[in-house]
Design a protein around this ligand. Sequence first.
Ligand SMILES: Cc1cc2nc3c(=O)[nH]c(=O)nc-3n(C[C@H](O)[C@H](O)[C@H](O)COP(=O)(O)O)c2cc1C
Length: 473
Amino acid sequence: MASITIRNLDSAVKEALRRRAAAHGRSMEEEARIYLAELASAETGLAPLAGEAAVAAPPRASSGSLSGKRILLIIGGGIAAYKCLDLIRRLRERGAGVRCVLTKAAGEFVTPLAVGALTADRVFTDLFSREDEHDVGHIRLSREADLIVVAPATADLIAKMANGLANDLASAVLLATDKKVLVAPAMNPRMWSHPATKRNRATLAGDGVAFVGPGRGEMAEAGEAGEGRMAEPLEIVAAVETLLDDRAKPLMGQRIVMTSGPTHEPIDPVRYIANRSSGKQGHAIAAALARLGADVRLVSGPVSIPDPKGVQVVHVETAREMRDAVEQLLPADAGIFVAAVADYRVASAADHKMKKQAGAKAPVLELIENPDILATVGHHAKRPRLVIGFAAETRDVETYARAKLEKKGADIIVANDVSSATGIGTLGVMGADRNRVHIVSKSGVEHWPEMGKDAVAERLAALVAERLQTITV
Ligand SMILES: Cc1cc2nc3c(=O)[nH]c(=O)nc-3n(C[C@H](O)[C@H](O)[C@H](O)COP(=O)(O)O)c2cc1C
């Protein structure tokens, strides 16, 4: 596949691409590739119609779990082929585009007419079809799907796959593919437990082919029971969803260290200095990054919200504990510091509860500076590739944010106006469900409109994914 690196995208274009990618649950890289392919189809008239071997585009309006995914279903010649009619329906109702290849034997069990009616597409059967092969159709069929599903996978098809045969369209497609393959075997239990089939299964598993089923139960043949029943269509759909899930995980393998929430700086054993941070924004970002596949380690100050899903959380109280926990979590690919860390702490917190003394002067608390976690990481020997800090200000938000960039060694400062003047929340952004942020980096400022903290989190996670990977299509 040709490789193009996109740089210096106009921010409006970048934003549109980011939104499209998020809506389809894809990385920006994938989205850019698919968008260019769509554009090329429209421009050249090479839309996937008769004679064209591209995998059918999924219904655009769908927002199902498989929205935007293209599945090539290879139907083998077994009794269970009839279940594929239901499988096609289930996949399509989840938003997938389904294109089918039928083996010659499959044609004995289901008709291309029925399959074509359900896929709303033409059905491919013949390796030597002039119509299909004018454009080396089997290669394109194999490459242009997101996933190939073989169901029912007959003993014969499994043997061909394991041995690299390519003497019909189905096997040629399977040999030519560079995509994931999911196999749903269906056969008589004796065929399934035959040493030859066992060897072939092991070979395929070693090649990275995924299996769903078979299950145990009655066979179509009277009096036969055992292991060999094809998985039910919904089980196959679930396996498809799982296998395709990582396509929406552009941060897979990236370790991200984060902070969220306030810190509590003790005055005495029962009193502390704190701030209004609820942890809602930081926790939402941690969850959004985890959904994109990142290995997120969150150091959280004391908050009353649950730990974000899929994130490993270290709970701390004070700024010093937070700094120590963060340093222990380095190295990381990115560090995102959302916590509202107290700038100062009491120089010497009392060991016992401070008592009010009748007639005595009010105590004076001496404050000393707390460690600056963002600056510590921004200038650290183990500095992550990407360092993002949040700046909560109540005035001159952008000016302060720009100054912080340099001083703290950050790549991006997410500035938010936490004053009550924003009209967000009764006491301002802290603790509220909405936020309005400005993304300040060396290349300028992006003003994001007011939106829910979850939406800010989604967009920021997409931005992190974009920053951590060069967009190569
Ligand atoms: C009625 C009938 C049912 C069959 N069911 C299966 C089956 O469930 N699994 C299987 O592996 N083969 C089954 N076969 C045998 C296959 O159809 C045969 O091996 C064929 O060559 C498979 O071709 P294909 O792998 O290209 O689809 C069946 C054959 C017949 C006649």
